[in-house]
Design a protein around this ligand. Structure first.
Ligand code: ATP
Length: 252
């Protein structure tokens, strides 16, 4: 039987402010399996980023629960537990890379291990290996700004993976990259996922990115309105069709 890494149960998020009330998530439920790559697509404002923020404990749900490796989310969302939960379980990859500009490639990648208090020997060994895997050895002493967008994204991926978190969250993983570099990034990510058996959740507007996923969840208005098991690049047209139907409102 497939191992469930993350169970999302009836997750709801309502933002209430002066003169507005937005139901960003309206009872989202799904399982994310170990070693599974799930892409989230959907209309603008449908709650995709909110979902990542809640799963990453950057935001608190209004109701509903998440269970990670069988452990209930109670307390995940408030500090100081939220920080520990993130550190232990979540790797984030942001569109803007969020690298520390004054640190070298090597220092950026090793950062999560420094925060985990690992020994210097372990940190050096793991960092060297990750830099090799990301194809950044010759750049390890450079600063991020001296590298291309694709290389910077590889630093961000290396940093997200180095602590081997069970879940990797990415919002528009390849949004700033050209087609060839995007493909290269997706190949790196899928091969790492197979090696480490991690679960990946990627929000994307790009159907090509979704063809790398095992499954695509389609969001509209805070809900999952379609789900598609993906078997590879040949599914591109089908995924594009579902996305277009959702945009036109015909699949809602
Ligand atoms: N901090 C916030 N305060 C108030 N409303 C918010 C907040 N964050 C998100 N929202 C609202 O929640 C809804 C969902 O936003 P979210 O960013 O999750 O959508 P999205 O699907 O990621 O959109 P996009 O594809 O355009 O990035 C939107 O209506 C948005 O305005």
């Amino acid at each position: 039987m497939r191992k469930v890494t993350l169970e999302v149960n009836n997750l709801a998020k309502k933002y209430i402010g002066k003169g507005f009330e937005v139901e960003s998530l309206k009872g989202i439920s799904f399982n994310l399996y170990a070693g599974e790559f799930v892409a989230i697509m959907g209309t603008s404002g449908s709650g995709k980023s909110t979902l990542l923020n809640v799963i990453g404990a950057l935001d608190e749900p209004t109701s509903g629960t998440i269970r990670l490796n069988g452990v209930d989310s109670e307390g995940f969302f408030t500090e100081p537990k939220a920080t520990d939960y993130r550190r232990e379980n979540i790797g984030f990859i942001f569109q803007a890379y969020n690298l520390l500009k004054d640190l070298t490639v090597e220092e950026n990648i090793s950062l999560p291990l420094l925060l985990k208090d690992e020994s210097k020997e372990t940190i050096d060994r793991k960092t060297t290996r990750m830099i090799e895997r990301m194809g950044l050895t010759q750049w390890k002493a450079h600063r991020p700004v001296q590298l291309s967008g694709g290389q910077q994204q590889r630093i961000a991926i290396g940093r997200a993976l180095i602590g081997e978190p069970p879940i990797l969250l990415a919002d528009e993983l390849t949004g700033n990259l050209d087609a060839n570099t995007s493909e290269e990034i997706l190949e790196v990510l899928t091969s790492m996922k197979e090696e480490l058996n991690q679960s990946i959740l990627v929000v994307t507007h790009d159907p090509k990115v979704a063809t790398y996923a095992d499954r695509v969840l389609f969001f509209h208005d805070g809900a999952i309105i379609n789900e598609y098991e993906c078997s590879g690049k040949q599914d591109l047209e089908h995924i594009m069709k579902i996305s277009q139907d959702i945009l036109k409102g015909s699949a809602v």
